[in-house]
Design a protein around this ligand. Sequence first.
Ligand SMILES: NC(=O)c1ccc[n+]([C@@H]2O[C@H](COP(=O)([O-])OP(=O)(O)OC[C@H]3O[C@@H](n4cnc5c(N)ncnc54)[C@H](OP(=O)(O)O)[C@@H]3O)[C@@H](O)[C@H]2O)c1
Length: 338
Amino acid sequence: MSLTPKLLKDAQIKLNNTHNPVFMPQFGFGTAANADELEINKEAIKVAVRDAGIRCIDTARFYGGGKIEYAVGEAIEELIKEKVVTREELFITTKIWPNQWNKAQESLDKSLKALKLDYVDLLLQHWPICFLEIVNPATGELYGTPHDEKTGKPLYDETGDYITTYKQMDAIYNSPNNTKVRAIGVSNYAVSQLERVLADDTIKTKPSILQVELNPQLNQEELVKFCTKNGIVVIGYSPLGSTGAPILKLPEVNEIAKAHDITAYDVIVSWFIKKNLAVIPRSLNLQRVAKMKYYYDLTDDEVAKIDQIGIDKPYRHIDEDFTAILPGFTGRVKTENK
Ligand SMILES: NC(=O)c1ccc[n+]([C@@H]2O[C@H](COP(=O)([O-])OP(=O)(O)OC[C@H]3O[C@@H](n4cnc5c(N)ncnc54)[C@H](OP(=O)(O)O)[C@@H]3O)[C@@H](O)[C@H]2O)c1
């Protein structure tokens, strides 16, 4: 049976825990590309906004070793100059990487400079982790993920407490002169870590958002239930299973796609929208990006069938060595000192 396409740009979610009303598009464009993909990433963002009507862009201080925010900034500047959008029509997210866990203000200011913006719509703590601040002698820049040269192990700052980053973000958000951030949240937190933030009376503004890996193979049921109960909106990252989009090869997903004559990609995006979750896929293929416009009303049975994939055989795609200290991660993928 064919389904009527619905416009993604009309799907919005109201955030809780904000001083002023903030509506976030449910669909955003991911930008976690490599440092040598700046030009194509910039072009992809322009196609996403101009041709697909996407208004939400997810980036981070650390993407492309700190270079991607510049590409995002250039794309936004050109789109505004070309009168495709106004700044107010866009929803821009950035994040604080754990090598600046104790320097939230400095990280935010660097992001704003790279993005050429006066404010971001959403600021997230990227990981509940504290890295040592170590300068790479070859570049003069901080290592994003510092590793011990002898043991190859990630170098954490043992004096650090991950909640410090969120407390600093809370202070920025609640400073009487704050014009730089419209909402704050966290990423890669587990229920136990969220509980700690929610129970801490020194924190004035609880997270509006939790951003975590979420896709049919990792449906994060427990986390989503907890967030829904506590008014925290969930954004799913790596919705396609990250590089190579392995999720799009799952037979259950393709069966549903075939039944409606839509693509496996359409099925995944529609699954997120139906579940009231936000989603931020990435693509550098301009033809694909231009088509990121629609979702379809899946049935409850189809949603349940997709949910079952992760219940039967859960699998986490983003699982780098530095995450091994976090609940639910194994740290199986070796990361280089970078
Ligand atoms: N908070 C965090 O810790 C965190 C972690 C990871 C990611 N994120 C965010 O989430 C975003 C998305 O996650 P991700 O980058 O890991 O990957 P993803 O969106 O799950 O998958 C990206 C891959 O899917 C391919 N793809 C996209 N559309 C496709 C289509 N229609 N058909 C076939 N292949 C398709 C892309 O290839 P092409 O380029 O060739 O289309 C790319 O290889 C990131 O960019 C980032 O903004 C956040």
